[in-house]
Design a protein around this ligand. Structure first.
Ligand code: GLN
Length: 281
């Protein structure tokens, strides 16, 4: 069998097209992972021949991907905010739209601020680590209910050499009695439990606890919004990612809990994705 990079990518791409919406990208990521190189190297050397043990490893990964397993879990990593993050099935796979939450929250924090920031439900640590990296004088606290997710987040912080971040185990604000922050951010679970997407595609393999927001998808957002005022400094801000059709209800929850200046930002796809409110200061 011809085992050039080009042939392998073509064969795998064709096979993955039956189950993936991004078959060629998937094949490239998996082969780059097996060869411990970058996708660009594959394009530069399509004629390169692949050793037999690597061929077997690639075949196993393509087969797992064809059964639906997410590429990020197969390679064990995902890029977020230019940070290479370890991920595993204990953590949600960071999404590009969540970078918008990072971008908008950074606009609230002056470059030299010595503020305390909080990321609730940090998973792999994606948001907390991006904020900590961009605002080295701030201290970022990150909580998660899952000990295995926090182990991944701590490992990511260590690998990236990011020290101005602390990780605490517990549900939402539980590990933070009496503590207040200037900015609180979260990408909480917000998919409604009746949403068929939970049983389709990559979401099937991700932690349900990180995705499922109860009957109307807002159960966790409601908890966070209600508890946040007691953990915000005067003038402090809460910023939440949410589902495509939840913006108006999230702003209403924010108003009811005493937040003002509520507004919603759209992601690159034009979807209302992040809402924000401020506590009087
Ligand atoms: N954006 C994710 C999805 O629908 C959901 C993430 C979440 O619930 N926080 O795939």
């Amino acid at each position: 069998m011809d085992a050039s990079v080009a042939t392998l990518l073509h064969t795998a791409g064709t096979r993955l097209a039956k189950t993936s919406t991004t078959p060629h990208l998937d094949a490239e990521c998996l082969l780059a992972h097996v060869l411990q190189t970058h996708r660009s190297h594959l394009f530069a050397h399509p004629e390169q021949r692949v050793a037999r043990n690597r061929l077997r490893q690639f075949a196993r990964l393509v087969s797992a991907r064809s059964q639906g397993r997410p590429v990020a879990y197969l390679t064990g990593e995902r890029e977020f905010w230019s940070l290479s993050l370890k991920v595993n099935p204990a953590t949600l796979i960071p999404r590009p739209e969540t970078e918008m939450l990072v971008e908008q929250s950074l606009r609230l924090v002056p470059a030299a601020a010595h503020w305390h920031l909080l990321d609730l439900g940090t998973g792999s640590g994606a948001i907390a680590l991006a904020l900590a990296k961009e605002r080295p004088e701030c201290l970022v606290t990150a909580t998660d209910i899952s000990r295995s997710a926090l182990a991944v987040a701590r490992e990511n912080a260590a690998t990236l050499g990011i020290r101005n971040v602390e990780f605490l185990q517990g549900e939402w604000f539980a590990p933070l009695p009496g503590r207040r922050y200037r900015v609180i951010v979260s990408n909480p679970p917000y998919v409604s439990d009746a949403d068929p997407h939970l049983d389709a595609g990559d979401l099937r393999f991700e932690p349900q606890r990180a995705l499922n927001g109860g009957a109307d998808g807002l159960a966790m957002i409601r908890k966070i919004v209600q508890q946040a005022p007691a953990h915000l400094d005067p003038g402090g801000v809460l910023m939440l990612e949410h589902g495509y059709d939840q913006a108006a209800r999230v702003r209403e929850l924010l108003c009811t809990a005493g937040f003002s200046a509520t507004r919603t930002y759209r992601d690159l796809a034009g979807t209302e994705r992040v809402s924000v409110g401020r506590i009087a200061g």
